[in-house]
Ligand binder design. Structure first.
Ligand code: UDP
Length: 500
């Protein structure tokens, strides 16, 4: 099947996302990729979340992709949420997040009804939608799962669940080995999610997700073979999980659109020029590879005290920077007034050594700008993949979710990371009570951006991964071929189901 949207297969797929952009955006990218190979795709979400896909889907339909958008009612009233708050990025506190989570469970019945009525040939669902494994089994079709994490993290989580090595240590900061993995990887109990350390209702949910994951047909990973071949082989061969690594998803997607757009008269590039974010204009004036980009994803926020330390650390590093700031809500005015050292903004602007973005940064464009030479990241998998594709070394500063595993991947396996920051896992919404001091931040940035041999080697290795990432999605590349393989497999299953 060709990647042109014109050769239709008779395969139909339902895509079921989770309620947060860093999960539903990559799943939407997979949906587009499937549609670009001729699969008839339906993306099924809630009403207000669906609004953000409407325009894209209209454009994709015009380009010939067979992709539909459908939605179910989100039970705002039933859980006491204001109309329109349907995803976690709109939840400033634990109370609202808890209500969204309750509403998420209530979506199971209406989504199941839609899928049963449509009888698709397969379901591609986010990891959180555990009930889709059973639904698919009842319908006699495969369910593919999408996690927002590396094959390394999938393997590490399996080792933790299978061997519970954290039970054999005496304290939260004593290290233990993750058994069975291709490299000696050590962690501490404090780096593990709270629900593993202390059983809670989330532990029950997490166990259901894991069981559904183990029983589903196969796993789609936003990664590429050349990046973590030992872990992809381990996951596929030792753990015997059907796995397709089809990333970096966002790079593929560019290729698909570029190809579909060719021949169409559109003014996208002109519009982009006019809308250029001021930080990109600032970067245009900076020397190549000298600016460090500092960002901690779309959800995590820091206290004023931590922001103060970051500001001091960045300024003393002497390295030009772009820093995306997200502040914890609910602190007193007295505290939040002091989140920046006195005169900080004036100094960095006068000397043109830094830029603060309080809001949404054009991260992809920043990372691919030639002036950027390194990334201080929370190791969220989307940011990680974007950074790897741009060929950048990182300061790895994890906070939550699977980010602590990704720090290990960057530092111990890929050897393109410098470690700093939190040693204790914290909930994304609650935030952390650890304070990372300015000298640690300064030293990590200097180490990352330095010219000594080790820094240069890190830089060179990162560059090679960037080249490999871009090759993986080209025709004949590993991810391109894995995408072909998964669709061929689904087609084969459909044909054998039809015959049976
Ligand atoms: N992102 C962005 N601008 C911002 C913050 C985040 O474009 O100011 C994007 C980033 O490029 C990535 C996603 O949001 O695609 C964040 O996902 P990730 O998995 O890294 O972290 P999370 O937000 O889930 O913690």
């Amino acid at each position: 099947m060709e990647e042109n949207g014109s050769k239709k297969s008779n395969l139909t797929a339902y895509f079921i996302p989770y309620l947060t952009p860093s999960h539903y955006l990559p799943l939407f990218q997979i949906a587009k990729l499937f549609a670009s190979r001729g699969v008839h795709v339906t993306f099924l979400t809630t009403y207000h979340n669906s609004l953000s896909f409407r325009d894209s889907i209209d454009s994709l339909n015009k380009l010939g992709l067979d992709i539909d958008l459908d939605y179910v009612h989100f039970p705002s009233k039933e859980v006491g949420l204001p109309e329109g708050v349907e995803n976690f990025s709109a939840s400033p506190n634990l109370e609202i997040a808890g209500k969204i989570f309750r509403a998420f469970f209530m979506l199971q019945a209406p989504i199941e009804a839609k899928v049963r009525a449509a009888k698709p040939d397969c379901i591609v669902a986010d990891m959180h939608c555990f009930w889709t494994t059973e639904l698919a089994a009842n319908l006699g079709i495969p369910r593919l799962i999408y996690h927002v994490r590396a094959a390394f993290a999938l393997s590490a989580v399996d080792a933790i669940d299978r061997y519970t090595p954290y039970e054999d240590v005496k304290s939260d900061d004593e290290t233990f080995l993750l058994p069975g993995l291709p490299h000696p990887i050590y962690m501490t109990r404090s780096e593990l999610p709270q629900w593993i350390q202390t059983p809670s209702p989330y532990t029950t949910f997490s166990n259901k997700v894991k069981e559904a994951d183990r029983n589903c047909y196969g796993v789609l990973v936003d990664s590429f073979y050349e990046l973590e071949k030992d872990y992809i082989d381990y996951f596929r061969n030792t753990l015997e999980r059907r796995t397709w690594c089809i990333g970096p998803l966002f790079l593929h997607h560019d290729l698909v659109l570029k190809k579909l757009n060719s021949g169409l008269d559109n003014n996208n590039s002109k519009a982009e020029e006019t809308d250029k974010h001021p930080c990109l204009e600032w970067l245009d004036k900076m020397p190549q590879g000298k600016v460090v980009y500092v960002s901690f994803g779309s959800i995590s926020r820091f206290s004023s005290a931590q922001l103060f330390e970051i500001a001091e650390g960045l300024e003393s590093s002497g390295q030009p920077f772009i820093w995306v700031v997200r502040k914890t809500e609910g602190e007193s005015k007295e505290v939040t007034d002091k989140w920046l050292p006195e005169g900080f903004e004036e100094r960095i602007s006068e000397k043109s050594i830094g830029m603060l973005i309080q809001g949404w940064a054009p991260q992809l464009k920043i990372l691919e700008h030639p002036a950027i030479g390194g990334f201080v990241t929370h190791c969220g998998w989307n940011s990680s993949v974007e950074s790897l594709s741009a060929g950048l070394p990182v300061v790895a500063w994890p906070l939550s979710a699977e980010q602590f595993y990704h720090r290990k991947l960057f530092i111990d396996v890929l050897k393109i990371g410098v470690g700093v920051g939190n040693m204790k896992w914290s909930s994304m919404i609650d935030g952390t009570d650890e304070l990372v001091k300015r000298d640690k931040i300064e030293n990590a940035v200097r180490e990352l951006m330095g010219d000594h041999e080790e820094a240069q080697e890190r830089r060179q290795r990162a560059k090679e991964f960037g080249i490999a990432a871009n090759k993986a999605v080209q025709q004949g590349g590993s991810s391109y071929d894995d995408l072909t393989a998964v669709i061929d497999e689904l087609q084969r299953l459909k044909t054998s189901n039809d015959v049976a």
